[in-house]
Design a binder for this molecule. Structure first.
Ligand code: ATR
Length: 277
């Protein structure tokens, strides 16, 4: 079978390694290649794939929204989210899914099984493709409130307009979020800020963090971002991004092959690799 990752840049992605583990464990012969594609070449890439018969692919920055017009069908959840990270070729028809939100949520409850959504308020930092999936799932799971802060306020407002029927969300500027930080039980960082090579960057100051707050970052390179280090210093309980990466990949693999890949030690091995061992 032939799989791949569409995005820019993707050169350093660890997804091929993850999918190779899944293929090995399920006895599927195949390849997972990186298809680094500049935005101006997206259409050309899609056309050549249509001829080559790819079985499925993942979509990452900056194409999670741009891919939609090229698909024949989009699954309901991905439609509501407005972003696609997984595409499957079903007898020549391409169908889009979103496994980011599901993957993130599983990683969160995996680490914090006692978290009670109805009693927990969340601050989401960012309003891009990844934030869309996570926001959708958090609202669906019934969190007490899910506020959003983003550098570009209009982007956060647009996301809320499309999603929040329950009026559980306030949009805050980055400064307002910093000031109100002690109101939250969970703070989730979904932007690319702090990712290698800009590891000194942090999207908001965590000075006002309440002790015991869950501080979560979806960036997994580095495994412990500056955001998490600062969170820990202020009494936060940290949650790293690699488990989301693994679970969204596992859901994608299941969509492509109909097989659930056993994870066994893959999470630990992934952590080991990301530590640079
Ligand atoms: P992804 O699919 O990974 O979510 P994206 O859709 O390009 O990527 O979204 C990137 C997110 O990171 C956005 O919330 C973006 O903020 P803007 O909406 O203001 O662009 C945020 N982001 C990226 N670089 C940033 C920076 N230097 N400071 C603050 N936010 C940043």
């Amino acid at each position: 079978m032939k799989f791949g990752l569409l995005g820019f840049p993707v050169k350093h992605s660890i997804s091929p390694w993850i999918h190779e583990q899944f293929m090995k464990k399920t006895g599927i012969a195949g390849t997972y290649e990186l298809f680094e594609t500049r935005p101006e070449s997206l259409e050309e890439r899609i056309k050549s794939w249509r001829k080559e018969e790819i079985d499925g692919f993942n979509v990452t920055i900056p194409f999670k929204q741009d891919i939609v017009p090229f698909l024949d069908k989009v699954e309901e959840e991905a439609k509501q989210i407005g972003a696609v990270n997984t595409v499957v070729n079903q007898n020549g028809e391409w169908k889009g899914y979103n496994t980011d939100g599901r993957g993130y949520y599983r990683s969160l409850v995996g680490s914090f099984p006692d978290l009670v959504p109805e009693l927990s308020s969340v601050l989401l930092i960012g309003a891009g493709g990844a934030a869309r999936g996570i926001y959708h799932v958090l609202v669906r799971e019934g969190f007490q409130r899910v506020d959003i802060t983003n550098r570009t306020l209009e982007k956060a407002s647009r996301l809320v307009r499309e999603e929040d029927e329950n009026k559980k969300t306030t949009v805050l500027s980055l400064k307002q979020a910093e000031g109100n930080l002690s109101n939250y039980d969970v703070v989730i960082q979904t932007t690319s800020v702090g990712m290698e090579p800009s590891t000194e960057e942090i999207p908001i100051s965590l000075d006002n963090l309440k002790r015991g707050t869950i501080v979560s970052d979806i960036v997994y390179k580095p495994l412990t971002t500056r955001f998490l280090t600062e969170g820990k210093k202020r009494g936060g309980v940290i949650h790293q991004g690699h488990a989301m990466l693994l679970y969204q990949a596992q859901y994608a693999f299941e969509i492509w092959t109909g097989k659930e890949a056993p994870l066994d030690s893959v999470l630990q091995q992934l952590e080991y690799r990301l530590r640079g061992n």
